[in-house]
Design a protein around this ligand. Sequence first.
Ligand code: ZN
Ligand code: ZN
Length: 149
Amino acid sequence: MIINSSNNVPEIRLQQMIERLKASDCRITPQRYAVLNVLAKSTDHPSAESIHAELINHYPTMSLATVYKTINLLKREGEILELEFSDLGNRYDGNKPYPHPHVICSECGKIVDPSQLDLDAITNKMMAETGFKILTHRLDFYGLCPDCQ
Ligand SMILES: [Zn+2]
Ligand SMILES: [Zn+2]
């Protein structure tokens, strides 16, 4: 099962991503490094556009295409979780590249990881009941965040 947990120290996560990309012969350019750094430290599931907006002041030549290319490299290596939404577009979790539940504000689009939800027991029950080998899952909870209530 690919459902696992890892620690969420941004520096360690950044190194993990860099090592994984280097092992696949990807060059870590300063701009790619900057994108990886944002993904490693973000807990708010940024979009490619918001990553680009965060970096453009420091890296005036940074293009949105560079952000997307870096994200695609991570996707190929299984080092990022892509969340597709019809209304919010694609959002990314570089901290936890494995399936996990999300809590989403339907007003402002904020996305948070609940930490106290253990899905292992539910998943095991589901496999026992259906005979399926569960490989992945997508679980979204919608509501209003504290700021929007
Ligand atoms: Zn909100
Ligand atoms: Zn997440």
